[in-house]
Design a protein around this ligand. Structure first.
Ligand code: BGC
Length: 263
């Protein structure tokens, strides 16, 4: 018997379009993404996050959104959770029953068997901003932080993501980073921009001493008011506002579904 001639199978190129769903505390948003530009094709669809935001209730809403587009390919979904091997390990701002849920299997079932990739919300935003947004010309280590109810983090090296970093929970001068400098802290304590920027500086200084990034990207709703606080920051690494606004999560989820960014 002769051995068959070995053949090299080239990796399939990423598809032109992909689908992303961003699950947030107040809304579930989805859309078709053009992977050559990172732009949405057509409208973004938003449905209120069901309350309580249990796995089954959220999966139903995700299926409703995908059906609206008649989408038939792989789907990426973000969660405000650590996600390993498709399983949610934590649950910030969604129902605690997510913890231990095989979210990839749940979404795939709800979507009639379409392949589903599930990832952390900040990781998705980081993938998208790094490739199409504020980090597209950056080299080296890029750290995206989302300032919202909590602080989410994404660490990328030359476009490849190190998932589930959770730096928002790192202790900074005796307090969790997100309890010091999330956008919600500024609102809850009615802090001035100057005072809040000082807290953000402490957080960034701690992160940069550990990670030595080349660039920080500030995401979350508060990045829209960046001129009020980014100029007040005292840390050494450049900080730029995110540019994709409310589509970063959808775009990053779509990238993950297409196998981009190392996931
Ligand atoms: C969670 C992260 C999440 C971030 C933003 C944090 O409290 O631990 O997993 O990415 O909030 O939603």
């Amino acid at each position: 018997m002769t051995n068959p001639t070995p053949t090299t199978v080239a990796a399939a190129p990423p598809p032109a379009h992909s689908f992303g769903i961003d699950v947030g505390g107040s809304g579930v948003k989805g859309g078709v993404v053009d992977l050559s530009t990172g732009a949405l094709i057509g409208e973004r669809v938003r449905v209120d996050t069901p309350q309580p935001a249990t796995p089954d209730a959220v999966a139903k809403v995700a299926a409703q959104i995908v059906t609206e587009f008649g989408w038939q390919g792989p789907v990426g979904v973000t969660l405000p959770s650590v996600v390993t091997g498709g399983v949610a390990r934590t649950a910030a701002n969604i129902d605690k029953s997510w913890i231990g849920t095989d979210a990839a299997a749940l979404f795939s079932d709800a979507l009639g068997g379409l392949p589903a990739t599930v990832l952390n919300d900040a990781d998705a935003a980081g993938l998208a901003e790094d490739r199409y947004g504020a980090g597209r010309d950056a080299k080296g280590v890029v750290v995206l932080l989302t300032f919202g109810t909590g602080i989410g983090s994404a660490v990328l090296h030359n476009g490849i993501l190190l998932p589930n970093t959770e730096f928002g929970h790192l202790e900074v001068h005796g307090k969790e980073a997100e309890h010091r400098a999330a956008a919600s802290v500024r609102e809850d304590k009615d802090l001035s921009w100057k005072h809040w920027a000082k807290e953000v500086s402490h957080v960034l200084e701690t992160f940069e001493d550990l990670l030595w990034p080349d660039l920080f990207i500030a995401g979350g709703g508060i990045s829209r008011k960046s001129e009020k606080w980014i100029p007040l920051l005292k840390n050494r690494t450049p900080v730029v506002p995110a540019t994709l606004r409310n589509t970063a999560g959808i775009v990053g989820a779509a990238m993950a579904a297409a196998g981009l960014g190392g996931l």
